[in-house]
Every structure is written in C-alpha cells, then in structure tokens.
Design a protein around this ligand. Structure first.
Ligand code: NAG
Ligand code: NAG
Length: 260
C-alpha cells in the first residue's frame, strides 16, 4: 500500500522540478525537507538558511505552519491550473511547514430549504457533481483526498477520473462511501458548510481561484500565490520565525562569538 508519506516522496521529484523553475529563496540544490533544514550546519548552508537556523537555535522558536486555503470550482480552468501546478507541488514539497484547506464551491449558488439545498454551478451541473465528489473525498479519505483531487484535476475528464483517482493511492476502496455521500444528505450538508465558509470570506471573493493565507486575502498575496506559491510559503515561514534580518545578524554574530 502506498502511504501518504511515500506518495509524497514520489511526488517530490515533480515538486523538485517545479522548484527549479520557481527559483527564488528556496534553493533547488537543497534536497532536505524544511523540517531538516536546521538539523546540521551543512544542510542549513546548502538550503541557504544558515543565519535563520542559528537564530532559531538561539531562540528555540518553532514556527507555526503557513495556512493556505483555496476557494475554487472543480471545472474552472484557472482553478485546475493553480491546484495542479502550484498548490499541490508546493504542498508535496513543503507539507511539514504548511496546511492546505480546499473549499470546492466558488461561484456556486445555493437555494432550497435547509437539509435539501439545491446547487447551481458556474460551469453547469457537472461542476456541481465534481465539487460534491471532492467535498466527500475530503470528508472520507483523510490526507489521501489531496492526492485523489490532484489526480482528478489533472485529468482530461475530471468526473470520469474520480473513481480511478480515488483508488490509485490506497488499498482501501472509498468509492462506495464517496458515492453514498455524494447522493445523500451528508454531501448536501457538507456542501452547505462550503457555501457558508465561502459566503463568510472577508473581503468577499470576487473570482476563483481565491486564495487566503493564514485566513487573509489581499491582491498582493493572491498575486504572489499565483506566480510562486512555493516562494510565498517559504518567505512567510521564515518571517514567522519572529526574527527580522537585523536580529538574525545579531544572533549570527553572537553564535560566532561563543563558538570556540
Ligand atoms: C541547532 O542545534 C542543534 C542541537 O541543539 C545542533 O545539532 C545543530 O547543528 C544546530 N544547527 C545549526 C544550524 O547551528
Ligand atoms: C492555521 O490553522 C490552524 C488549524 O486550522 C489554526 O489552529 C491556526 O491558528 C492557523 N494559523 C494561523 C496563523 O492562522
């Protein structure tokens, strides 16, 4: 059985290729995962985080993960592109310093009485089905849902890919559970939660894909996420060590001074 971790390792190859094109702060020559960055001076140097690690060692701070939420629709081309080319490769590579939340709903509309909501989607009824399948995957499959949804969104036919994608990464078949959820009251209730969460966005979403970073949205964060989510998460993670560059230099010189 392919565990989530080993699937991540396999996909790290793709993610590494991705980081080569994205360039920036996180050096591609560094193959260690961020959790290992400060484990030795050699790795810290390779990964270009030497100063940050000395600072972190002094303060013993452990930074909280960066929370990325994606509000999207299953058949929107821009959403699929962001999910497959930015969000998932970044998550596969930086999964120990970031949390990812997927909210499939986007510009959908909800009508009807509580418990029996009717949904209308921007790209038609098929998109509502896709949103519902992915919502149920997230509820039933744990971390495997990310792999299954990535698999669906990178397929030519998103809906036809749902069943094979749900079976690709796990021995256990979730498909019966997913189907029951999709056509039953449970899916209806879960989709309502997506509608409520999307409706509660501040500022309200104006388009999809819509990204929030630690619960916040701005045009600047959105643009950075779209052009290189990898670099955005790296830069925010370092910032959240709570050290500005002056402090880092100070820690760094302290470290050198106490070193024999
Ligand atoms: C950080 O501290 C640990 C032990 O506390 C040490 O093994 C490691 O080499 C240090 N890392 C750096 C970059 O100084
Ligand atoms: C990130 O998400 C976790 C879990 O949902 C939450 O506990 C934490 O406060 C969030 N962090 C930030 C910075 O929003």
């Amino acid at each position: 059985m392919l565990s989530f971790r080993s699937a991540l390792l396999l996909l790290a190859a793709a993610a590494a290729a991705f980081s080569l094109i994205s360039g920036g702060d996180c050096r591609p020559s560094c193959s260690a995962s961020p959790a290992q960055w400060c484990s030795s001076v050699e790795i810290a140097a390779k990964c270009g985080v030497l100063e940050q690690c000395f600072g972190a060692n002094v303060t013993k701070s452990s930074a909280p993960p960066v929370n990325i939420s994606l509000y999207y629709e299953s058949l929107c081309p821009g959403c699929r592109q962001f999910l497959v080319l930015q969000l998932m490769p970044t998550f596969f590579m930086l999964n120990d310093i970031m949390n990812v939340e997927l909210v499939p709903y986007g510009n959908a509309q909800e009508t009807g009485p509580p418990g029996n909501y009717v949904y209308t989607c921007q790209h038609g009824p098929e998109e509502c089905t896709g949103n519902m399948i992915e919502t149920c995957m997230l509820n039933k499959m744990g971390d495997d849902a990310y792999l299954a949804i990535n698999c669906m969104e990178m397929s030519v036919d998103v809906l036809k890919a749902a069943k094979p994608c749900s079976e690709l990464f796990t021995e256990k078949s979730y498909w019966d559970d997913i189907q029951k959820c999709v056509s039953g009251a449970e899916g209806n209730k879960l989709m309502h939660l997506n509608a409520v969460k999307t409706g509660a966005l501040k500022p309200p979403h104006e388009y999809v894909p819509w990204v929030t970073v630690n619960g916040e949205h701005s045009e600047d964060l959105q643009q950075k996420a779209m052009s290189s989510l990898f670099n955005l998460v790296c830069s925010l993670y370092k910032v959240s060590l709570g050290l500005n560059s002056g402090q880092v230099l100070l820690y760094f010189s302290d470290f050198k001074r106490i070193k024999p």
